[in-house]
Write a protein that binds this ligand. Structure first.
Ligand SMILES: [Zn+2]
Length: 125
């Protein structure tokens, strides 16, 4: 996941190794809390505003704090792996229902309602 974040930072013109050095090997909960509870808040890595969230990313130069303001959290957030369409969501739901029915050795009925098709019952197992 750090590679996706690192790539997004590079796209934004931010060299990850220039971010503030984080404790090795991993900050404690207290260190995380202290990072976002001190005033002044650390600067957002993207816009320079107040960083109200923080995380540690691994870089070639070691762990670095990635402080972000709330709007910029989405700027470096990895893309969702969730389906983006209704058809994709329903396909995932059908797959899980079929797997559960097979694992339990039962017949299961999945009742799905959509605005387009109304109620549909699907038999699995
Ligand atoms: Zn920002």
């Amino acid at each position: 996941m750090d590679s996706v974040i690192t790539e997004k930072l590079m796209q934004l013109g931010i060299e990850p190794t220039t971010l503030p050095t984080a404790p090795r090997p991993e900050p404690t909960r207290t260190e995380y809390r202290a990072r976002i509870c001190v005033l002044p808040l650390p600067a957002c890595a993207v816009c320079g505003g107040q960083g109200i969230t923080t995380r540690v990313i691994q870089t070639t130069a070691g762990p670095r704090w990635l402080d972000l303001c709330l709007p910029d959290v989405t700027a470096v957030m990895p893309p969702s792996r969730m389906p983006a369409t209704l058809e994709g969501i329903l396909a995932d739901l059908r797959e899980v229902a079929a797997e559960v029915a097979a694992d339990l050795g039962i017949k299961a009925t999945l009742s799905v309602w959509t605005d387009e098709t109304g109620w549909q019952d699907e038999q699995h197992g």
